[in-house]
Design a binder for this molecule. Sequence first.
Ligand SMILES: C[S@@+](CC[C@H](N)C(=O)[O-])C[C@H]1O[C@@H](n2cnc3c(N)ncnc32)[C@H](O)[C@@H]1O
Length: 308
Amino acid sequence: MYEVAPLLDDPIHNLKTIRDLYRWAVTEMENANLSYGHGSPTSTEDASFLICRALKLPFERFDMFLDAALTHNELVRLVHLIDRRVHDKTPTAYLLKEAWLTGHRFYIDERALIPRSYIAELLEEDLAPWVADPEAVGSVLDLCTGSGCLAILAKGCFPHAAVTGSDISADALEVAKINRRDYDLDDELELVQGDLYENLQGRKFDVIISNPPYVTTRSMDALPEEYRHEPSLALAAGEDGMDVVERIVSEAADHLTEDGILIVEVGDGLEAVESLFPDLPITWLSVSGGDDQVFLAHAKDLREYFRN
Ligand SMILES: C[S@@+](CC[C@H](N)C(=O)[O-])C[C@H]1O[C@@H](n2cnc3c(N)ncnc32)[C@H](O)[C@@H]1O
């Protein structure tokens, strides 16, 4: 039996149906001033998602189940989860051990960043201008792969490519291995532990994607509590947030094939990137729904720029 304090004291006796629990959860969440940067964008979505998935109900049909009665065990379990969401500020994805990205489900726990990269949308929809024939892409590297979410989506986008995901964190790679197994990709997705390009034996890739850490020291201090549940290794990247990005870009030419491309997410780091690499030809890719920025660079331009 869970030990449930202090939320349970009062309300549990009055919560009979999913609707009762949902209304109460939304009120508790709104009073707690939570951050919604990890998936569901509002308290109503966060509460309904948490309740649905914890009860294994289909999220898109939540309305149909609102009048269903809750058993005592279900109620205790859900109140406990909502208690952790409200008081520990644990992101819902970590409570449920699942995150959704472009309609795909990924296992997640606190060893890895909760999947939310904008590169996922590009992979699903928007790479056509730069990759004429996805079927012809032979190799993809997902640097800083974390949970492996982007590497797995890349496998879907480039069906004939050998995909490699690399990360410095052994913990994160354990999460990636779970996702690799869930997607039945044990034989098709290679996972490598190392500091960026280390341990890739000088191999070259047609496409390198990366959602690296890019939070500045100052922003780290101001992040909502929810972010403190994520590994700081996945977020923090020095004074200007460019510690890892700088190395990814400056070493990329050695790891790209002749016509290869590099795609990197940098948050609101547009100015920082342009001041680090003035005159490097890069294309900023607009991704719907956020300030986050992703850029693309061609191998030939990187080679030329870093020739000396
Ligand atoms: C922002 S998370 C991205 C995870 C995943 N790609 C995603 O989009 O959800 C950044 C990842 O970079 C890894 N990382 C940080 N520094 C690294 C380094 N020097 N070399 C390789 N990986 C690194 C972290 O362990 C973390 O998993």
